[in-house]
Design a protein around this ligand. Structure first.
Ligand code: ITT
Ligand code: NA
Length: 196
């Protein structure tokens, strides 16, 4: 059994591989289809971008495809970086540069006001059929500095008070128990009759 995820993000691919392995499913990604042109993410919501990525690949492969559009929503920044999370510091800038930009923008914001959440929207698309959406969120705070080296993206600056650790200090297993992506995937699997 195989699940195709319309993503090029190696961090996401690793997490989906870990989470789907439990169900005995193999994961394929856009890295397995290098012939596909880049999909421009011009949506203003996570759902719009997820739908576009899933629908383009589903049409190309003529099969069911899942896409993940996700990001970091910071309350003190009016929800930024949000849908711009992947390119917040500019096109082709590193995860570290994105995190540093957020830390810099929050330099005068005290701990209690640094509330944030990771959001994940999964879209399930099949050729010639309506697309279904499943969402998950993970609440936390933006740390004062980056800590930890696991995970990817903004994980080193995302602090979880209940564990007194950043997301980048968690093992893959711990992240997959509580992450926005894990919660969205749980919703998706619970609604299998809807999309299968
Ligand atoms: P694809 O579009 O190919 O899936 P992408 O990295 O461009 O890859 P998005 O457009 O959904 O994906 O942007 C999501 C960004 O949000 C991602 O690059 C990270 O910076 C951040 N992000 C998403 N999930 C995260 C997580 O679990 N931990 C840390 N940062 C995350
Ligand atoms: Na993207």
């Amino acid at each position: 059994k195989e699940m195709v995820i319309a993503t090029k993000n190696k961090g996401k691919i690793a997490e989906f591989q870990q989470m789907f392995a439990k169900a005995g499913w193999e994961v394929k990604s856009l890295l397995d289809y290098p012939e596909l042109p880049d999909i421009e993410e011009d949506g203003v919501t996570f759902a719009e971008n997820a739908a576009k990525k899933a629908e383009v690949l589903a049409t190309h492969l003529n099969q069911m495809v899942i896409a993940d559009d996700s990001g970091l929503v910071v309350d003190a920044l009016d929800g930024r970086p949000g849908v711009y999370s992947a390119r917040y510091a500019g096109e082709d800038k590193s995860d570290t540069a994105n995190s540093e930009k957020v830390l810099k923008e929050l330099v005068d914001i005290p701990g209690d006001d640094r509330t944030a959440r990771f959001v994940c929207c999964l879209a399930v698309a099949k050729p010639n059929r309506e697309t279904f959406f499943y969402e998950g969120a993970c609440e936390g705070y933006i740390a004062m500095r980056a800590t930890g080296s696991n995970g990817f993206g903004y994980d080193p600056i995302f602090y979880l008070p209940e564990l007194d650790k950043t997301m980048a200090q968690l093992t893959a297993e711990q992240k997959n128990e509580r992450s926005h992506r894990a919660k969205a995937l749980k919703q998706l699997l619970a609604k299998k009759e809807e999309w299968s």
